[in-house]
Design a protein around this ligand. Sequence first.
Ligand code: HEC
Length: 197
Amino acid sequence: MKKALLTPLFLAGSLASTALFAAEPAKPAAMPAEMQQMMKMYTPEMRQKAMALSPELKKTIQQLHAQHTRRAKETTLRQIMHEILADYQAIASALATDNAEAASEAARRLAGHRIPKGGLLPYFPLNQINDADLGVLPSMNTIVEGSALKLADAADAGNLPLAATYMSEVMNGCIACHAKFRGVPGVSANLISAPAK
Ligand code: HEC
């Protein structure tokens, strides 16, 4: 009986201390520790939307974050996107110059991009912070990063023609995610009507 009581207490205590988590409502099972930390940076509106996600989707986001070991301190998603674009271009120039090692390295760097400050969610429109819209994230991840890793493996095996075929797979992922979550880049407030999407 004593043991049965102590175990959950111990678990709750260690969860609270690893998460440095005191003020938020207690939902440790549904809210992975890193997301709790990230949510402290959110506005009340964004936090409310994130809290309302299903436990499954929170877990999915946590898994996506966990696949990336590098964390940005201040860098935004848009800045990291530019790093990803630079890596993509580095792969193209490596393939074009018969440099399998550089192609593989750039592709693995792309797949292992840093997670921006606050994670991905705060950079998405508020009205897309729901299970249905965010449910596409794992497939976006698979097409972009899965294909980049296949490209790296092909380059490591010295098969540059095969590696090159994954370039379009990766780019299809970029395009699909932008079509869903990104507005029109760089819209000017000084135009009467925004460019059509
Ligand atoms: C998970 C969805 C997602 C994927 C996958 C994705 N992007 Fe993005 N990207 C975004 C979002 C959202 C923005 C807008 C971020 C902002 O403005 O805060 C963005 C912005 C950008 C920008 C900044 C300039 C602009 O046009 O807004 C570049 C460059 C970019 N992405 C390149 C890429 C490349 C290259 C890939 C594929 C290798 C890629 N992205 C894959 C979601 C994605």
